[in-house]
Design a protein around this ligand. Sequence first.
Ligand code: GLU
Length: 418
Amino acid sequence: MTDNNDNNPFRIAQQQISVCADILGLDASAREVLLRPMREFHVNFPVRMDDGNIKVFEGYRVQYNDARGPTKGGIRFHPEETIDTVRALAAWMTWKCSLLDLPLGGGKGGVVCNPKELSQPELERISRAYIKAIGQFISPTKDIPAPDVYTNPQIMAWMVDEYSAIVGNNQFGVITGKPLPLGGSPGRADATARGGMFTLREAAREIGLDLGKATMAIQGYGNAGCYAASLARSMFGSKIVAVCDSRGAVGCKDGICVDTLTKHKQDTLSVANCKGTENVNEQSLMEMDVDVLVLAALEGVLTGKNADRVKAKILVELANGPTTPEADDILYRKGIHVIPDFLCNAGGVTVSYFEMVQNAYMYYWDEKEVHEKLDTRMTRAYHEVLETSKRFKINMRQAAYVVAVERVVEAMKLRGWI
Ligand code: GLU
C-alpha cells in the first residue's frame, strides 16, 4: 500500500482522471466532480479482544460517485490501509461499474487491522462493529459492500447478519459475495479470475498468442491469483511456471501442479517450499521471460523503476492499481498488451451485480447461466476498450477510462449535476 508522495494511489487515480478529461475535452465542472469523492465516512469503533481488553479500530467507507446508481465496492481488512488508498479504490470502482455498464456507482471500504493476527471471534466482532458504525450509510439501494483484500464470504455473512439485525429484517441484498445459503450467487467465488481469463482469451486472440502453449507467472496467490492459476490450466492448458505470495515465491520450468500448490497454501498459509517447485526470487518473478504475467496482489508493484524489465507479452491486472502511470508509459512503448485493472478484474463486481439482481427477485440462477452472462459482458467490455484504444491511439488503460468516464459524465449531465 504505497502511500509516499510518488505512489500515493489517490494521486495516481486523479492523474488518470485528468489525462482522460483531456482526451475527452471535459469542462472544468465535470473535472471538479470527477476528481473528488462525493461522500466519505471515517469511523473509530471499539472491539473487545480475546484477552478482555478493548481496542479501538479505524475504518473508512468512501462513496465516490453515484451518478449511475448506488455505490458498490468491497471492504478491505489491511494493517496498512489508508484513506487515500480507499479513495483511489472507490474511484476505480466507479469506472469499473460504468465500463461493464452496470447500473451502479463506485465505493470502497477499509478497516485498519491485520487479520493474520486475529482470532476468528475477534474477526467476527470487528466485522459486526464496523457494520454497526457504517450501517446508517449503506443499504441495498444506497451502497452495497462486498469482499476484497483479506475479507471473505464468512465475513460477509457476519456483516449481513449484523445489518439485518439493525434494520429488523433480512436484507441479503445489502452485501454481495455472501455464502450460497445466505443469498450468494453461484459463480461469485471465482468470478474475478474467470472474468480476467475471458479478457485474456480475447487479448491472446488479438495478438495471436496460443494460450495452450503459453507460460504464465502469477504475482499473488489469494482468491484472484489462486483461481486464475486453476482456470488458466482448465480453460486454456497454459503452463504456470512461477507464483508468489506475501511470504515467498516458487517456480517450476515444467509447470507447477496447481492442485498441489493450492493445498500447500491452505495447509501452510504460503506458497513457499511447495513440493515439486523450487523457491525463486520474488522480485524477479515480474521480470521472468513468460508469455503472460498476472498481477493479483496489491497496488503499486509495477513502477517506473521495474516496468522496463517486464518481458511478458500480455499483462493481466487482476489486482486493483498494480501499475503506476510511469510504468504504463514504459509498457505501452514496449508494446506489451495490458489488460487494465478495472476491465480485467471486473468479473467480481459483475457477478456481485448478478447477486443483487437474484436477491431482489429471490430467484436464483445456475452456475452455467452466470458464467455465460459474465462472458458476454467481459468480452463486450474488452472489445469496447480495444476499439477505443485503436481509434484514439491511446493505451488500453486510457481507453478504458474514456469509455467509463464518458458514461458517468453523461449520467451527471442528465441529472443536471454539471
Ligand atoms: N472487491 C471487488 C473489486 O474490487 C469486488 C467488488 C464488488 O463485488 O462489489 O472489484
